[in-house]
Design a protein around this ligand. Structure first.
Ligand code: FAD
Length: 489
């Protein structure tokens, strides 16, 4: 009876899109909606962005959503208070949202739900940002998976829910003038000051990125047409445009993995030669799923070593080396190129993330949590689950991680994955006159050849802050303690 027309609040969170949005579709089917976004503060682990870079993305994403849905209301504060007050003032009898999966966010959502239900408000949440919710996938013993391959085999064999269309004929609740004044006070996006200033290091980011649902679709479309072919072979090459760069769009839910799966499957059905590339691409989406699965079942993934034997690792406390790494001044060109790409564009190619993270952990022996913190601050796609799983994978302390003793040689990695030095040349222009054979390791190049390329080590480009061989030995000595606590004597 009440279902024929009821006002309901749609709480947008990490689902900043109108297509394939189950909470929105459900609310729209019942009657007028009150769409809201709440900037949460002082609630560690639940707020809407991880760091300064991501705040910039959020600003632009909300701007895009507001232009598609001008009635979106912005609030700042505690969601449970704002939602219940808003429901009271508007007569809304329900609040709908799409689920988040970080353990802290789940706890907060549970409390919010209880409080709203106590006020007689219906609450319903929906699955919208993962192909498989973490609790729905179990191994043969009924336990969470710890290894990616069987995990993904189990997920990819499922039928994914088909993406929902954007609801047409959205009816929006009209705020009467007098109610508006007494409802919680809406905010103006500009007042949140989410974009960096003094210095505005995001100045050129709109040249690289188009936050929002339309930008996400344009990115997917471009990737399917121009990047997917060859993805399996070229995804490790930072000098090639063969990865999708969808990670930040996915983080903010401007596009769903169901939509990506749908479009990718269609492309490979249309052109069977794309099958292998499409399967590889989907398995990377699978790593995102796996990271959320791990984080859900191991809520401390961002704080503690998954393998507790790593608690014995003798980390170095070296602020000078940490700063050189952050600034891209280590003297290892592939590491420096990556760290500068990160600072200048809010992004770093996956292969280079692995090399740069490995360098911090193994060459400098600095705790992976220091690196993870810097990534959360500077990455546009910063994501607690993906980032923690990525760092623990590189450290060797994670589930299904790369073994610690496999230590990347940054020079060999650079020669293999950026063979002509195109990527290094772009981000370390001071090395750009070195030829393809020398650019990966200027410290191995004779002084006269360096001089001809205008490079003076220690002046125009740093001398390596550590020697690869010595660093490797010292990393392995540290690892001996992980394997055997008595090894340290
Ligand atoms: P594509 O190759 O096009 O992959 C498609 C999508 O799959 C990505 O957008 C992403 O959502 C997902 N994906 C791909 N690789 C991974 C992976 N290894 N783990 C989880 N998901 C993956 N990714 C983040 O989204 N946020 C992070 O904070 C983050 N931190 C990382 C930290 C480290 C140390 C490492 C090694 C990896 C991290 N990653 C993180 C994973 C990966 O580097 C990025 O997802 C990827 O580079 C994004 O580029 P893309 O969209 O072009 O990827």
């Amino acid at each position: 009876m009440g279902e024929s027309c009821m006002n309901s609040i749609v709480w947008f969170r990490q689902d900043l899109r109108l297509c394939d949005n189950p909470a929105l579709v459900h609310a729209a089917s019942l009657g007028p909606i009150i769409p809201v976004f709440i900037l949460e503060e002082n609630s560690p682990g639940t707020h809407s962005f991880s760091g300064t870079a991501q705040a910039w993305w959020l600003h632009h994403s909300l701007q895009a959503l507001s232009s598609d849905l001008p009635e979106l209301r912005l609030f700042r504060g505690r969601p449970e208070e704002i939602l219940s007050e808003l429901a009271k003032k508007t007569g809304a009898n329900a609040v709908f949202w799409n689920r988040r999966y970080e353990p802290v966010a789940i706890e907060r959502d549970k409390k919010t739900k209880t409080l709203l239900c106590d006020h007689g408000i219906e609450v319903q949440s929906f699955a919208a940002s993962l192909l498989a919710e973490p609790w729905t996938i179990k191994n043969g013993s009924g336990l969470p998976f710890k290894v990616f391959t069987p995990y993904w085999r189990s997920v990819r064999g499922r039928r994914f829910q088909p993406p929902l269309p954007r609801p047409d004929n959205l009816r929006i609740y009209n705020f009467p003038h007098d109610t508006r004044s007494s409802a919680p006070t809406p905010s103006r996006l500009e007042d949140w000051q989410l974009c960096p200033r003094n210095p505005d290091w995001a100045e050129n980011w709109l040249d690289h990125w188009t936050p929002g649902e339309a930008g996400a679709f344009a990115r997917l479309d471009h990737f399917i047409n121009a990047g997917l072919r060859g993805y399996a072979a070229l995804r490790d090459r930072p000098d090639r445009p063969n990865t999708s760069r969808l990670s930040a769009h996915l983080h903010f839910g401007e596009i769903s993995p169901m939509q990506i799966a749908h479009v990718t499957a269609f492309a490979s059905q249309t052109d069977p030669l794309l099958e292998e590339d499409a399967a590889k691409f989907m398995s990377e989406i699978g790593w995102r799923e796996f990271a959320h699965h791990l984080h859900f079942h191991f809520p401390d993934l961002d704080k503690k070593n998954w393998k507790t034997t790593f608690d014995r690792y003798p980390w170095n406390k070296d602020d000078e080396a940490l700063n050189a790494w952050k600034k891209g001044l280590t003297g290892y060109p592939i590491v420096d190129a990556g760290m500068r790409e990160l600072w200048q564009t809010g992004f770093m190619h996956n292969r280079v993330r692995m090399v740069a993270a490995s360098f911090l952990i193994k060459h400098l022996r600095i705790d992976w949590r220091e690196g993870a913190r810097w990534f959360l601050e500077t990455l546009l796609d910063a994501d607690l689950a993906n980032n923690s799983a990525g760092w623990q994978w590189v450290a060797g302390s994670g589930a299904d991680a790369s073994p610690y003793f496999r230590i990347f040689n940054p020079t060999t990695q650079a020669r293999k994955f950026d063979p002509e030095g195109t990527y290094i040349r772009k981000w370390c222009p001071e090395l750009s006159d070195l030829d393809g054979a020398s650019i990966h390791a200027p410290f191995e190049v004779p002084l006269d050849a360096l001089a001809r390329a205008g490079v003076v080590l220690g002046r125009t480009y740093p001398v390596p802050i550590v020697d690869h061989r010595e660093a490797r030995k010292s990393a392995l000595d540290g690892y001996a303690l992980v394997k055997d606590p008595a090894a340290g004597g």
